[in-house]
Structures are given as C-alpha cells and as structure tokens.
Design a protein around this ligand. Structure first.
Ligand code: AMP
Ligand code: MG
Length: 433
C-alpha cells in the first residue's frame, strides 16, 4: 500500500514546508475517493444530492411534434409555388391536450395553440400575428415568403430523446434537474449516500456559546463557520465541540472522529511549534502528506489520513484536514483546498471555481512564491468591467473582512506587487459562501 506521505513526495514541486497550492490541490484530489454506498430517494429529496448513475430517458420529450406558437398549422410542402400570398381554410382547432383528429388538405389549416399536437399532414405553423383573418369567414391569408417549411414546430424528442442520457452520474441535482426528471415521469432515483464530516476546534482559550468569557479567552467561531460551509455542500455534519491543547485529548478526539466519519476537520493547533506536535501525533496513528502551504492566509494546513485504531491501517480510516486556527484562514483553506475534496468524496465531479478579471482600485502588496487570497469588494461598472477594492484589514484574524467582502482576490503563486488599475483575478462569493 502506498502511503499518502510516499505518494506526496513524488508530486512535482513537493516541499512539505511550503507546498504550492496547486501541488496541494493535486495531492488532495488524488486521495479524495468517492463514497460508494447508494440510496434510493423520492424526486424531491434528491435536491442537492449527487446522482449515482446516468439517467437514460425512457421517453421522448416532447412526446409529439407540437406548435411553438399560437397560430395556424398547415402543410407548407404542399403549397403551390409562385403565388405571393397564401389563402387557407380553417378546418378545425387544436389546444394543448386536445389534438385535432381530422385530415388537413393542401389548402386547409388548423387553428393551433402553443403546445398543441401538430395535426397529421401539417409541418409548419404561421403565427397568429402574421395572418389576416377574413371577417366572418373561416379563411386566413398571409405572405407566402413569411415562412419556411418546419417553422414554429417543435419536434418530438427535441428536448430529450428516448434512450439518451438525460443526466450523468456525478451531477449535483439542481432545480432544473428535478423538473427534467419529472418531465420523464421519473419519481425516484439513486443518489450517493451523504458524506459524513466530523469537526472540532482546538485551543485552551476557546469558549463555547453560553459560557462566560474570562480574560484571555475567545468564543469559538470556527465551528459555526465550518458548520455553515459544510451544510452548503450538503454533507452530514458531526460537531465534536472544543478539544483542549493536550496530546492525549487530541489523539482521543481524532480517533473517535475517524471511527464515525469519512472526513475529519479540525481548526487550530497546527501553527509553528504546534505543527510539529500535530505532525508527530499524526505520524503515530496516521499518515501525513503536508503541513505547511505556500499560501496566505492558510500557511499552516495539515493534510493526511487518520485511523480509529492505534496504528496507521488499524480500524477505520478518515481523511484529515488540520485547518489553521485563524477564522479567515479557516474559510480560505476550506474553499481552496477542502471544498473540492468533499465534493469529490460525495461522488460529484466538481468544476474549478470560476475566476473573473477585475481592475484593482488600489495597489496591493504581494510576495512572489505563495498564493494569496485577499478579501475584496467587487463591483461591475456600466460597461461590464469589474473593479475590486481590497477590504481594509487583511489580517487572517479579522473575520469581519469576510462578511464585508464579496470576493476573494486571487493573487497567483508567481505574482508580485499589484499596481493600482492592474488586472487581478477575483472569485465571487455569490453562490459559493
Ligand atoms: P492556532 O492556530 O491554534 O495557533 O490559533 C490561531 C489564532 O486563531 C489564535 O488567535 C486563536 O485564538 C484563534 N482561534 C483558534 N481557534 C479558534 C476558534 N475555533 N474560533 C475563533 N478563534 C480561534
Ligand atoms: Mg491554538
């Protein structure tokens, strides 16, 4: 068995003390294996779940050729050529759900409403607003060059053809997908079981809500941000509270978390000094890939595997992310490193988060050799151009900067100082956070 540690050492640019973000993402991606268990759920309960198998359309949607407009259906191919106007006699009417059953001869038409089945023999619909209707007579007239054959006709199977994959396995089910499966008559489907993620905070200074704040203590906010970010990914969460800065307590917490979850997330206790201790602990009953990234905020970030037993390989395994303690660093590392892994483990096939170009309204100090995720407020001008202003404090302890911001300003590994007006990449929070 290859260990995570052995695997990581073969990754390009491997440096356990300052691993580039892209290398860290590549390692994590490789070890994020999807859960295999599958559940059958009713259609409504499938919202935000991950589809376990392709859905093959059992029918054509629409089931019949039908009219895309309110108008008159006729046989364009049967019209005499040469005349500048067309005169047709109305021989019947078809509404959605009420087809016209009769025959339609060459100079005849049927009054059709949107969604009505195309009468047999008809291939084209002339929209109501293009015709003159003879008063009192059942005839219509319109310009012959107004339409080509097939106009305003929706074809059977044009939305979904029978036998074709309507949705692919790995898809996260959204509103349109629920509607789409309903249009196929599918009321129940197979999804992956939800990923189970356990998390706890570490730190002697942390107090839970409801406890008094004695001097030097702080409320534990990370468990709330983590809970919310995890809920957005629709995973099952297991909040294991606060664990004190004692090796024995930490080891017990990690092992019991590994026993009950697929992934264990912790915050705090991985910064300089403490990192060695976490690393040693992980090496005794786990497998550690890296513990320091060339990233800001988020430099101290440990990644590995832990087992519920006393040695690596003993008991139940879980993927482990030791996030930094600083509240902003928790959010940044979650979105840049953890999120994709959790989606993959849930069985989804996530796309990279989109980046948008924006002009910076301020000069930004940036050191080459690490990726930075600054908090910014972006706005789009009338000409469509995005501008972004970094929030005041970029300290990784200032959580209000995340609430104030609406995007990350992503400054790449090799980028250096940014001048005012220079183009930067931004990642909008909307739909993400
Ligand atoms: P650490 O990584 O444990 O050294 O923590 C870095 C900073 O983050 C310290 O100021 C901690 O007090 C703070 N911190 C750690 N965990 C939490 C938490 N759960 N909630 C709020 N602040 C935290
Ligand atoms: Mg700490």
């Amino acid at each position: 068995m290859t260990t995570l540690n052995e695997f990581s050492r073969c990754v390009a640019q491997y440096d356990p003390h300052a691993l580039p973000v892209s290398a860290a993402q590549a390692i994590v991606r490789e070890w994020a294996t999807p859960v295999t268990a599958i559940e059958r759920v009713p259609l409504r309960d499938a919202l935000d779940r991950v589809l376990a198998a392709d859905i093959v359309s059992p029918i054509n949607v629409p089931a019949h050729d039908n009219s895309a407009m309110d108008g008159y259906a006729f046989n364009r191919a049967a019209l005499a050529t040469g005349a500048s106007t067309v005169d047709l006699t109305i021989v019947g009417k078809a509404l959605a759900g009420h087809p016209f059953a009769g025959r339609v001869e060459a100079a005849q038409c049927v009054h059709v409403m949107t969604g009505a089945c195309m009468p047999a023999d008809c291939d084209t619909v002339v929209p109501q607003e293009l015709v003159e209707r003879g008063s009192g007579t059942a005839t219509i007239r319109f310009a012959a060059n107004a339409l080509s054959a097939g106009a305003n006709r929706r074809l059977a199977g044009e939305d979904l053809a029978r036998g074709h994959a309507a949705l692919r396995a790995g898809r996260i089910m959204r509103a349109s997908d629920l509607g789409l499966l309903a249009s196929l008559g599918i009321g129940e489907l197979s999804v992956r079981r939800r990923l189970r993620v356990a998390f706890f905070s570490t730190g002697d200074e942390l107090r839970s809500l409801g406890e008094p704040l004695d001097p030097g203590s702080v409320y534990d906010s990370n468990r709330y941000t983590l809970y919310a970010m995890l809920r957005r990914l629709n995973v099952d969460t297991l909040d294991l509270g606060v664990v004190r800065d004692q090796p024995a307590a930490l080891e017990a917490a990690l092992r019991s978390a590994a026993a009950s979850a697929d992934v264990v997330l912790t915050s705090g206790g991985v910064s300089v000094g403490e990192a060695d201790f976490t690393k040693q602990l992980l090496q005794t009953f786990g497998d550690v890939a890296f513990w320091s990234l060339a990233m800001r905020p988020g430099r101290p970030l440990a990644f590995g595997r832990v087992w519920s037993g006393a040695h690596p390989g003993l008991g139940l395994p879980a993927l482990f992310f030791g996030l930094p303690g600083n509240p902003v660093a928790v959010m940044v590392t979650f979105y840049q490193i953890v999120r994709e892994a959790l989606l993959r483990m849930s069985g989804a096939t996530p796309q990279a988060l989109p980046l948008i170009h924006a002009a910076s309204r301020r000069a930004i100090r940036k050191r080459a050799g690490r990726t930075e995720y600054q908090r910014g407020v972006a706005e789009q001008g009338a000409n469509g151009q995005w501008h972004v202003t970094p929030t005041g404090s970029q300290s990784s302890g200032v959580l209000s900067s995340m609430s104030e911001a609406n995007c990350f300003i992503v400054l790449g590994h090799d980028e250096a100082d940014i001048a005012e007006g220079e183009r930067v990449d931004i990642m909008l929070f909307d739909g993400l956070i």
